[in-house]
Design a protein around this ligand. Structure first.
Ligand code: PMP
Length: 397
């Protein structure tokens, strides 16, 4: 009989040439386990999703409980679905009071699509501005604002009237004008290699968009749900985006996204025409129940967010090596860039053999990521990082 790996390689669509095809039997906390019960320390959280660890009992229970009550009911927005109403209320309670309305989606890309549509309707403009090496999803609209020509070139025509600026370059903000419908920006540029905004940069972007009447769409898809030490990264800077997008860790391990906006902005999708954005499974009751449980788990474990600066310091201290050329990031999202000659692919596969999971970035060159669940202990983190340094030495030898 064919193995799972063979069935995967022959029958499931492939998007790269040589996937590791690791077969995971189960996952718990910060570990994945294969069929031989070998543990793998998860340093990517698949990716930035399993913030509260895998299969947290509270989330598992919430899912089981909701599945037993009802799964799908009716396409978005008709019934008052209890897990959606409770989750929207919980999410808004964590945000600045300017935010007033949550639209639930299936994924991050769909959240971005909805946000772009709202921005076009609200402003009556079409120009969309984003940043070099930005990643906002793989659908046509999200791809149109992606900051990498290499990944876009096979898929034209895409949305017209898009413009790419360089992140962290204050002098380029004048390119945002009264023609601009929206500027879409990541709170930390994730797939570019965890590029942190310079102090004041996001505030300057906020001020410029407000000055010209463009909407600021803040993508917190990787940074949300505690990953930078706050519920959402922008809360540290105290500003209010016009639209915020969420996904990944937001679902507590289940597929869920959202775009969130002040009510007067969100309301443009309900008239002329009605049904401005609709989705059959967006805000699925089981996903919303899992997400609500994930919020409660984070509330019940406040030390996970409090300990993030200590864990960041551990990463910055241990990831020092003459072959490491750059350590960038914040919170529990770090990019380790290696010397150009170092075989990062070999490092990632050797680490997998040694029971450590890490991964590439889409646009960060010769680099790998450290994005563990927030529940990782300092000892587990140190052990994982020391194994990485040891493996770098072994590969160089
Ligand atoms: N925005 C960011 C910052 C992301 O990292 C991702 C996914 N990597 C997305 C949007 C798209 O999310 P999804 O894969 O759920 O469509």
């Amino acid at each position: 009989m064919a193995s799972i790996k063979e069935l995967f390689l022959s029958n499931v669509a492939q998007v790269v040439d040589n996937p590791s095809a690791l077969v995971v039997e189960r996952a718990e906390g910060v570990y994945l386990y294969d069929a031989e019960n070998k543990p793998y320390l998860d340093l990517i959280s698949g990716i930035s999703v399993s913030n509260i660890g895998h299969c947290h009992p509270k989330v598992v229970h919430a899912v089981q409980d909701q599945v037993a009550k009802y799964m799908h009911l009716q396409v978005y927005g008709e019934f008052a679905v209890s897990p959606q109403a409770k989750l929207a209320t919980k999410l808004l309670s964590k945000l600045n009071p300017c935010m007033g309305s949550v639209y639930f989606t299936n994924s991050g890309a769909e959240a971005i699509e909805g946000a772009l549509k709202v921005a076009k309707r609200f402003t009556g403009r079409t120009e969309l501005i984003s940043f070099k090496d930005a990643y906002h999803g793989s659908t046509h609209g999200a791809l149109s604002i992606q900051g990498s020509e290499e990944f876009k070139q096979g898929y034209y025509p895409l949305l017209p009237d898009t413009k790419i600026l360089n992140y962290n370059k204050l002098d380029e903000l004048k390119a945002i004008t009264k023609r601009t419908a929206a500027v879409v920006v990541e709170a930390i540029q994730a797939e570019a290699g965890y590029i942190v905004p310079d102090p004041g940069y996001l505030l300057a972007l906020r001020a410029r968009t407000r000055e010209v009447g463009a909407l600021l769409i803040l993508d917190e898809i990787q940074t949300g749900m505690g990953r930078t030490g706050n519920w959402f990264a922008h809360l540290d800077e105290g500003f209010c985006p016009d639209i915020m997008t969420l996904a990944k860790g937001f679902g507590g391990g289940m597929p869920l996204g959202a775009f969130v906006a002040p009510k007067h902005i969100m309301d443009v999708i309900k008239e002329n025409p009605i049904l401005g954005h609709i989705t059959t499974f967006g805000g699925h009751p089981v996903s919303c129940a899992a997400s609500l449980a994930a919020f409660e788990v984070l509330e019940e474990n406040p030390e996970w967010m409090k300990e993030i600066p200590e864990k960041s310091a551990i990463i910055e201290a241990i990831m020092q090596h003459e072959l490491i050329t750059k350590v960038s990031g914040k919170g529990l999202m770090y990019c380790i860039t290696m010397n150009d000659q170092f075989p990062v692919g070999n490092l990632i596969s050797t680490l997998e053999d040694r029971g450590i999971i890490t991964d590439y970035f889409l646009f960060a060159g010769n680099a790998f990521r450290i994005t563990p669940p927030l529940s990782i202990t300092t000892d587990e983190l140190r052990t994982g990082l020391n194994t990485i340094i040891q493996t770098i030495n072994d590969i160089r030898a």
